[in-house]
Design a protein around this ligand. Structure first.
Ligand code: MTE
Ligand code: MOS
Length: 774
């Protein structure tokens, strides 16, 4: 029914086609310029000295020897720059440099910046800086951090955010339950692992700073740099260089690099490059929040869930950063894609002296989905149901009410169709029965499923807007500058398709440029998988403004009323007589001849959100995307190795703007899922990371990738531009849980902590054997 509303838009010319990426040629031929590829005459190279202890008072910093080293141009500490301020989106708690006399918060904290005529010299000089420390005790466990005594170390504002939501009557729900299961899950800290480490080049020009940066959110990074330098935002002109991946991570660390390089540029008047090594990137960039998830579920004998009680505790690390956004998302999605009548969710994110946790692809969802999807499987097992049966019984449906009280009725709630499809594709039920009967064999197969839902864009996080600036040139070609940007996900392509569709011109008429904060309308982040969604609306809005003006002229030329004018495939014609036409280009020229403004700023913001953090209730997101994965694995019971054989992925992301691009997001999401489920763990002991390069930090590699089969169920969403929703993050949300469930199915053991490494599998098998079970 809902899909019908926009059915007329189904026959697209450009949207829905697998057109080549706008940045494909630049990237494969090596002409794309990343931040570190910028060079300027007289450029200096800057490096940061970081603390040796996660928490210590900095008693003295002596830079004299470093200053004397040949080739060193300057060394800066906080003492030299009294105007320097802390920055941060929610709390201004991140110091670009820790001052003498102050206390560090984590191992990433910077103490001094060295600038030299080469990177090698700058690195050498770092070793010559003498720092006197007074090491102090820190808090590295979020449970310790929640205790009152922790205030002394972590300060009054150690709780970054706390949310509480209740629906129905949980105690009554548990009283009605036939089966109650209580479990504690833990998920690990992980690294973004983008190919390109952070880099900036700062060029002083008059009273302005031009900054080429590997910034994922150019506008926010520019704002934070301005805050830290105590400079007006219009004097910082930040240009997003080609980005080698962001995944939520290129924010705080890029600000730090930008501020430190800018300090040198301001002092010396010379261009300055700061390019992180992989090790620096891993030490300083934010990580995925590790979670402790306490789940208690009550179900009836027939599998109906009657109550769920959840407590989420997230380790926010040394600085607040985007923690409240991450927590909000896990809070709203803690029930998984199920309708549960009685729910209590309590979520808290707390400061520690661990490396900073902040945004990462999924924004708090992968954690809660691992908990609920594991738990649901366990319930099914106990009740003798199949994992599909229990999900079908409880999954969200049209008009369902989620924990926050939001009624899902403004879009097609398709999780049941998505689940059905993935079950069909994978022949789940048959394999599930077959693999149950494997006895005494070395290699055991398992199959597992997981379903997820995802609030599209931002909602209750606070605000959600973006702008795009569009110009049509006299030859009919179109340029766009937008505040949402290309991180590698294919946004320039998607937004060009949307503009071309709306203008009725071929795809190659349109270019969407990298973000340049001096010219783009100020916009929020390119995160929360909102680029195509919010950016697409902003593009449509700008294009329709220009089209309105063009229609008046077309009406005059074609002698038909404005409402009868159609723009399509490079022509403008009358609806009643398609032969009564001119080309788009001719019309543009006619408009310029009449001195008509052929530029517009398009703007969009989300309405209808009424989440109230005090009551924990309300409409949390404008709409939701739906996903399911089935994983097939083979466990080697002698080595503990888990091989993921195949992943089946089905997503309802509304209209798919570019099928190949959307699929590539899903492939990427699955490789992330493999890492989260089996391999990745950014271990930190007493504030010190155990591995800071890919020799020891294992991520999934090409050889680990399974066969993947992807299907999209396209219910155009009336809330999205041309019916489109999100795919970037939904792509990875069900994967790790499906893999974990498949492993349990294969060997009959449950894992409550990620990652499920070889050692853990072997240990579990050993234990099982000791108990006389195989
Ligand atoms: N894909 C690539 N290649 N590179 C990225 O940095 N970021 C992911 C996802 N896919 C990312 C990516 C994250 S964290 C998000 S939020 C979305 O893309 C952002 O893009 P969108 O808003 O345009 O969906
Ligand atoms: Mo993605 S974490 O929302 O940038």
């Amino acid at each position: 029914m809902i899909s019908k509303v926009i059915e007329k838009e189904k026959e697209f010319s450009v949207v829905g086609k697998s057109l080549p990426r706008k940045d494909a040629i630049d990237k494969v031929t090596g002409t794309a310029r990343y931040a570190a590829d910028y060079y300027f005459p007289g450029m200096l190279y800057a490096k940061t000295l970081r603390t040796k202890y996660p928490r210590a008072r900095i008693k003295k910093i002596d830079v004299s020897k470093a200053l004397e080293y040949p080739g060193v141009v300057t060394v800066i500490t906080a003492k030299d720059v009294p105007f320097l301020k802390n920055f941060g989106f929610f709390h201004r708690d991140i110091p670009p440099l820790v001052k003498e006399g102050d206390i560090t918060n984590c191992i990433a904290d910077g103490l001094a910046v060295v600038a030299a005529i080469s990177e090698e010299i700058a690195e050498k000089a770092l070793e010559l800086i003498e720092v006197e420390y007074e090491p102090l005790p820190g808090i590295y466990d979020p449970l310790e951090a929640l205790k009152d005594e922790a205030k002394e170390i972590l300060g009054e504002n150690r709780i970054y955010d706390h949310l509480h939501t209740e629906k129905g009557d949980v105690e009554k729900g548990f009283a009605e339950a036939d089966l109650i299961i209580e479990r504690e899950y833990r998920t690990q800290r992980i690294e973004h692992s983008y190919l390109e480490p952070e880099a900036v080049v700062v060029v002083p020009e008059g009273d302005r700073l031009i900054i080429y940066a590997s910034a994922q959110y150019p506008n926010l990074v520019r704002g934070d740099i301005a805050t830290a330098l105590n400079m007006p935002q219009n004097k910082i002109h930040l240009i997003q260089a080609t980005l080698g991946g962001g995944f939520g991570g290129k924010h705080e660390a890029v600000v730090l690099a930008g501020v430190r390089a800018a300090l040198v540029a301001l002092k010396t008047g010379r261009p300055v490059k700061m390019e992180y090594s992989r090790e620096e990137s891993m030490i300083e960039s934010s990580k995925r929040h590790p979670y402790i998830l306490k789940y208690k579920i009550g179900v009836k004998k027939d599998g109906t869930i009657v109550a769920l009680d959840v407590k989420n505790i997230a380790d926010g690390g040394a600085y607040c950063a985007s923690s409240p956004w991450v927590l909000f998302r896990s809070h709203v999605h803690a029930t998984g894609a199920y309708e549960i009548p009685n729910v209590r969710i309590d979520s808290v994110v707390v400061k520690t002296n661990n490396p900073n946790s902040s945004a990462m692809r999924g924004f708090g969802n992968p954690q809660v989905f691992f908990a609920i999807e594991s738990l649901i499987d366990e319930v099914a097992e106990k009740l003798g149901m199949s994992p599909i049966e229990i999900r079908m019984k409880n999954a969200l449906k049209q008009g369902s009410v989620i924990a926050t009280g939001q009624v899902l009725n403004n879009h097609t709630v398709s999780i049941r169709d998505v689940l059905k499809k993935v079950v069909e594709m994978s022949d789940f039920e048959r394999k599930w029965k077959e693999y149950k009967n494997q006895k005494n064999q070395r290699f055991k197969r398992g199959i597992g499923v997981a379903i997820t839902f995802r609030g599209v864009s931002f909602g209750g996080e606070g605000f959600d807007f973006a702008g795009v600036y569009v110009t049509v040139f006299p030859d009919g070609t179109i340029s766009m500058y937008g505040g949402v940007s290309e991180n590698g996900q294919g946004l320039r392509t998607a937004l060009s398709q949307i503009a071309a569709e709306e203008f009725g011109v071929p795809y190659d008429y349109v270019i969407y440029s990298n973000d340049d904060t001096f010219v783009t309308p100020y916009s929020l982040t390119t995160s929360a998988s909102r680029g195509t969604f919010i950016g697409g609306w902003a593009v449509k809005n700008a294009v329709s403004q220009i089209k309105e003006r063009m229609k008046k002229v077309a009406s005059e030329i074609l002698k038909v009323p404005e409402e009868k004018i159609i723009f399509r495939d490079g022509y403008v014609f009358s609806k009643d007589d398609p032969e009564n036409k001119i080309t788009f280009k001719e019309l543009v020229q006619a408009c310029y001849a009449r001195q008509i403004n052929m530029s517009a700023v398009g703007w969009h913001y989300v309405t209808g959100i009424d989440w109230d953090p005090h009551t924990g209730k309300g409409n949390a997101y404008i709409t939701y995307a739906y996903s399911a994965n089935v994983a097939e694995v083979e466990v080697d019971t002698q080595t503990g190795n888990v091989k993921v054989l195949k992943i089946y992925a089905v997503h309802d992301s509304g209209t798919i703007v570019n099928p190949v691009a959307a699929k590539s997001q899903v492939y990427g999401g699955i490789s992330w899922s493999l890492g989260y489920a089996l391999l990745e763990d950014f271990k930190v002991e007493n504030g010190y990371p155990k591995a800071i390069n890919f020799d020891k930090y294992r991520i999934a590699r090409a050889m680990d990738m399974p066969e993947v089969e992807i299907e999209f169920i396209e219910n155009p969403d009336p809330n999205g531009p041309f019916g489109a929703k999100s795919i970037g993050e939904p792509a990875l949300e069900p994967g790790a849980s499906a893999i974990a469930n498949a492993i349990s199915h294969a060997i009959g053991v449950r894992f409550y902590r990620l990652p499920i490494t070889r050692d853990k599998v072997l240990e579990a098998l050993k234990k099982k054997k000791e108990q006389g079970d195989n």
